[in-house]
Design a protein around this ligand. Sequence first.
Ligand code: NGQ
Ligand code: ZN
Length: 453
Amino acid sequence: MTEAHFFFDQALTPAGWASQVRMSVRDGLIVTLEPGSRPAPGDRTAAIGLPGLGNLHSHAFQRAMAGLTEISGSGADSFWTWREVMYRFLGRLDPEAVQAIAAMAQVEMLESGFTRVGEFHYLHHDVDGAPYEDPAEMGRRLAAAAQESGIGLTLLPVFYAHSGFGGAAPSSDQKRFLHTIDGYARLLEASRAALEDLPDGVLGIAPHSLRAVTPQELAAITPLADGGPIHIHVAEQLKEVEDSLAVLGRRPVRWLLDHAQIDERWCFVHATHLDDDEVQALARSGATAGLCPVTEANLGDGVFPADLFLAAGGVFGVGSDSNVSIDVAEELRLLEYGQRLTRHGRAVLAGGPKRSTGANLYKVALCGGARALDGAEGLVPGASADFLTLDPEHPSLVGRRGDALLDSWIFGGARAAIDGVWRRGRQVVAGGRHLGRATIAASYAATLRRLLD
Ligand code: NGQ
Ligand code: ZN
């Protein structure tokens, strides 16, 4: 049994900002949290404590191609042409490379304030499409990366079977993703075993999209979630909405709400293209909207109607998805800026009059991240002690207190203001740098030289 005590001048709790907060942690979990306390000798003290955020959607391997897909092709560039480049890239990845890239991406996630990641994992098989001896070989590598980096892992093994609506045959560049229903059940079993060495690994399921999974397959795999999270990509591109209307007779989000039992276990990743009825119904369903503002901008997806969704009582979280850039504050800032640019307003997601936009974005994303990943829901007894500390002397934070700290961090672009990050009460980032960065970055660099040779 290990015990530790922390003391914050200010900390963000579910009840709002609290002062002079003493927090005790045992075996990685918060036991008590007492505002208005005094520090005791031996307490770790910090000026500002914030709960770590869940990164609800990542494809870790895509980190290694950040910046390598920004050259125009011979015709019009789009999400679909980007996907061709991405498929060519993943064709070179072996298990060692996936582990090295994932560990690096997780280091960057932790350094930016994400303390758990939902890995939407579909690169299952060898280059020729043959399963590895352990069907969860790649999942095991993602877990090994999480062991190295210390991040919380919610592994979401993906079921993938088709190249488009109507059960279209998969293309040859999708052969590393594919399973039968039985094979997928075996993958889940092996994935559960692969998570055993992590202190708080979570297993969920992920039907890739209504493009890659038929209604029959969706019905067959949903019960395999066994109470865990269920994530699906949905309505990210207009073509997907058109194809869904043509083949299923409904828009994709509407179809899911009508045909699957959607509740709080579900995370609708992107959900970019919604009509007004879908906005209301999705908010009512309890599903989390898994928004990935940086990737959605990079891929030209569109702008999620976050203003209407929030007003309808919906909950969103954020994800770094393609990992083209990994930064909590950037995701939240871009989410708000997308609304400002299209609505011609300001403080759109502040959640009401006289409220802080940054604080509301953070609060909602904390809730959505926890819900979607079965993760810690903030600084509260019983939750995992996953938190970060900000440097009050950083120029962008000087003189601020409470919500103004969040606004200045998020809108002031003060990445360097993140000082320490703790996972399960153990420090993983100090002075803004991950404690294992040197080793992990060296192995990442060796991997990239090999891959890009
Ligand atoms: C993915 N990424 O699974 O990596 C997808 C591309 C697809 C995003 N949708 C593949 N952003 O959706 O078919
Ligand atoms: Zn994705």
